[in-house]
Design a protein around this ligand. Structure first.
Ligand SMILES: [Zn+2]
Ligand SMILES: [Zn+2]
Length: 283
């Protein structure tokens, strides 16, 4: 039996919808479902892009962020939390989580003011935006053109390191998602990742092995296997997640990934309940 520690309902809070995730998950032996919505779905965070635009000015990227985020932030945070808490009371095997963007300093403070009021089981810290540039939008690959790819990786891992240092999160989400399109710098970028791994080993924070990368142009897990060896050496605990945005992706390729983890000598995974971690033996 497995636990999927990172699932999105994408704002649809109905029994019919979550039952589909359960049904698909059970076929893949998932016994616990961590629902971890994005903050950009909620009205409470709708002013975040304004802070980013103010800081970095209006440009094609920041204006896209502003419009895209505003369009998405329609839900009420209270109704999401209530929906999951009600399901728990009825015995649904669900946990309450959030995937929280790590952005620039002033906006992170505002995000935290809101986040800290709710009874989370898990908080995932992720970087999806660099100075207001949404680098992982599949239909916006053109925005990568004319960028200094090494600088992009440097800025990305700088934010990841800040997220680790903030101590706000239980898990770092999709550690090397910056590779999403399979575009890599010519210069050595692995050392940037290694610095982040080193920092994680000194902080009580977990890493997720996220299978969403297998569904993206890069076609590999986050983090890449080579980094998994390093994480193992540094004894950073792992969660396992599909980052599913639709029912059919729950538990996506968990069997394959568990095989890799086993080969690397991993014997346990962890996950969280009320933000305290617990261990799960995998073999
Ligand atoms: Zn994400
Ligand atoms: Zn996600």
């Amino acid at each position: 039996m497995f636990i999927d520690s990172h699932i999105h309902l994408e704002g649809e809070y109905t029994r019919e919808w979550i039952d589909k995730f359960m049904e698909m998950g059970r076929k893949k032996e998932i016994e616990k479902f961590y629902i971890t919505e994005h903050i950009h779905l909620f009205r409470e965070f709708k002013e975040i892009p304004s802070i980013i635009v103010k800081k970095f000015g209006e440009n094609e990227d920041t204006l896209f962020m502003k419009n895209w985020w505003r369009k998405n932030s329609q839900k009420k945070l209270d109704s999401y939390v209530q929906f999951i808490e009600d399901l728990k009371k009825e015995g649904y095997p669900v946990k309450l989580g959030m995937e929280v963007d790590w952005l620039e300093e002033d906006s992170n403070n505002l995000i935290w003011e809101i986040i800290r009021k709710y009874p989370w089981d898990i908080l995932i810290g992720s970087v999806h935006w660099i100075k207001g540039w949404g680098f992982d939008h599949l239909d916006r690959f053109f925005t990568w053109k004319k960028r200094d790819v090494y600088k992009v990786y440097k800025d990305y891992f700088y934010l990841i390191k800040e997220a680790i240092r903030s101590k706000m999160f239980d898990v770092i989400g999709h550690f090397d998602v910056i590779k999403i399109f399979g575009v890599y710098p010519e210069k050595d970028w692995q050392s940037l990742a290694r610095e982040a791994i080193e920092l994680m080993s000194k902080t009580r924070i977990a890493l997720e092995v996220n299978t969403a990368g297998l569904r993206k142009p890069v076609r590999e897990i986050y983090p890449r296997e080579e980094f998994l060896n390093l994480f193992k050496d540094k004894k950073v605990p792992l969660t396992l997640s599909s980052d599913a945005h639709r029912p059919e992706d729950v538990g996506y390729k968990f069997n394959e990934v568990l095989k890799i983890l086993k080969e690397k000598g991993y014997k346990k995974l962890i996950t969280f309940c009320k933000r305290r971690y617990y261990t799960i033996n995998i073999f």
